[in-house]
Write a protein that binds this ligand. Structure first.
Ligand SMILES: [Zn+2]
Length: 248
């Protein structure tokens, strides 16, 4: 199944690369990533392969920075470019989730507290209804022991994270960040942005409500997710225009 890193790389569609570049800019502009974090998409021509920028700040990514990786997370065409240490988050999730087309890893700040307390991250409003599937917390000590640098820096840790994620759209990494998956670049960006917004709003509600909160129930979450599916393009168009400097 694994293709060797020596295999000939078939170029991905330029439109897919452009979309991945735009997604990097949007995630920065929307406050999901800062100098760190990354987004990948499955290669459109080579099964098992995926596209991910070289190790750099997402807000500065251009098409020349997009690298191709095989199913094990090995770069095919490094050409002097350094890959992200945590690329195994992407490779291991793609192995276990055939329906997933795109993956975001970020340290989006409002989400961090929910990875270290007993209060679970739940959908506070309809825009984040996809969280109704449940948000597991990945405890790196369980697989990496008590002295890691917290990074998912090898395939074994990536596989453990993929197991914690299971069939859900979002998992939190305790003391680190989160991972979000989707059926397209646009869907995963939508989910990453609204995971951050949801966490911010939930923390505010916790303060106002002194711990008592009402979240979307399972049926509401499922129905709202169905509705939102048709609205993703609307958010994408606005975010892209703003991130690329077309709108303010
Ligand atoms: Zn990270």
């Amino acid at each position: 199944m694994a293709t060797t890193a020596a295999a000939e790389a078939i170029p991905a569609a330029p439109a897919l690369i452009d979309e991945l570049v735009a997604a990097n800019r949007i995630l920065y502009d929307q406050g999901v990533v800062d100098g760190f974090g990354h987004i990948s998409v499955r290669h459109d021509k080579t099964e098992g392969h995926f596209l991910l920028a070289r190790s750099m700040a997402p807000g500065l990514v251009t098409s020349a920075d997009i690298m191709e990786f095989d199913a094990e997370g090995n770069p095919l065409d490094a050409a002097g470019r350094t890959p992200y240490l945590e690329r195994f988050i992407h490779s291991e999730i793609y192995k276990t989730r055939p329906e997933v087309q795109a993956v975001v890893h970020s340290h989006s700040p409002s989400v961090i507290p929910f990875g270290v307390v007993a209060t679970p991250l739940q959908p506070i409003y309809h825009m984040s209804s996809f969280l109704g599937a449940g948000v597991p917390v990945f405890e790196i000590r369980d697989s990496g022991g008590p002295a890691t640098d917290m990074l998912v820096r090898n395939p074994a840790l990536g596989a453990a994270l993929a197991r914690a994620l299971g069939d859900r759209p979002v998992a939190l990494l305790r003391g680190h960040g989160n991972v979000v998956v989707g059926g397209s670049i646009r869907e995963v960006v939508f989910r990453a942005v609204y995971t951050e917004v949801n966490a911010r709003l939930a923390a505010e509600a916790l303060r106002l409500g002194e711990g008592r909160m009402v979240f979307l129930n399972d049926q509401e979450a499922a129905a709202a997710t169905q509705t939102n599916r048709a609205q993703i393009g609307r958010a994408w168009d606005l975010w892209k225009a703003k991130a690329l400097g077309i709108a303010r």
